[in-house]
Design a protein around this ligand. Structure first.
Ligand SMILES: CSC[C@@H](O)[C@@H](O)C(=O)COP(=O)(O)O
Ligand SMILES: [Zn+2]
Length: 238
């Protein structure tokens, strides 16, 4: 019988963080990645490490009772509370990835409210949405200085309103996904980044004008969500 050795899940996180760093999504120590283990504990990236050059020692293990373990007394990610709350809310989640991309921050300003309507792109199927012309919303949370407040807001909102997609935005901060495996979490990040890139590009060429993304007129969106043409016309009138 062939003996299979299970790979250390930190190796997958190291490879993914390196790739996301190369994409410009985890620069300057930004972002954090975690993976849940069968005993209910999870490995999370240590705080303040360069995500482009992580090693097996750059992780902290967080146990369900709150105890922590790291080979060299590193602090866990400053955003550990968000990962904890997502694993508690979504028992099927086995990995949780958070990155800071330029596009995630730009689209978080497309609306002034607390939900971002998405264009009905085919890519949404990769996030589990099998509908014709889907109306999808990503919840946007306020970027409180106290991470525990962001975690509380996430907990409260998703307890009342179930998540439509395994994705949330923190305004002017970044995007977070949760998924049933590290491989899916990586795909989810790539998919939402594609959608955000599309939205920024569409706004740049004025396509938003003809869009009714998520059933909402672009005109109902925030200052940046207004089409370039609308902004130019309004500014000419000043
Ligand atoms: C570039 S600082 C970014 C941090 O404040 C935070 O938002 C972040 O994503 C990384 O924090 P970390 O504690 O390294 O996990
Ligand atoms: Zn962050």
């Amino acid at each position: 019988m062939i003996q299979q050795t299970l790979a250390d899940p930190r190796l997958e996180l190291i490879a993914t963080a390196h790739d996301f760093y190369q994409q410009g999504w985890m620069v300057g120590t930004a972002g954090n990645l975690s993976v849940l283990l069968p005993d209910g504990s999870f490995w999370i990236t240590a705080s303040g490490r360069s995500k482009g050059e992580l090693s097996l020692n750059d992780f902290v293990r967080i146990y369900p009772d709150g105890k922590q373990d790291s080979s060299n007394n590193l602090k866990p990610s400053a955003e550990t509370a968000i990962h904890q709350v997502l694993y508690t809310l979504f028992p099927q989640a086995k990995a949780c990835y958070h990155i800071h991309s330029v596009e995630a921050n730009l689209v978080s300003r497309f609306v002034t409210g607390d939900s971002l309507p998405l264009p009905p792109l085919e890519m949404l199927k990769g996030l589990g949405i099998y509908q014709e012309n889907p109306h999808c919303l990503i919840p946007i949370f306020t970027n409180h200085l106290q991470v525990s407040q962001i975690a509380t807001d996430i907990q409260q909102r998703f307890t009342i309103t179930p998540a439509q997609l395994p994705v949330l935005l923190i305004r002017d901060h970044g995007v977070t996904v949760w998924a049933p495996s590290p491989e899916s979490a990586r795909n989810y990040i790539e998919l939402v980044e594609y959608i955000f890139r599309y939205m920024v590009a569409a706004w740049g060429v004025g396509i938003g004008e003809m869009g009714r993304w998520g059933g909402r007129e672009m005109g109902e969106m925030g200052e940046m969500g207004k089409t370039r043409e609308t902004r130019e016309i309004r500014e000419m009138g000043r």
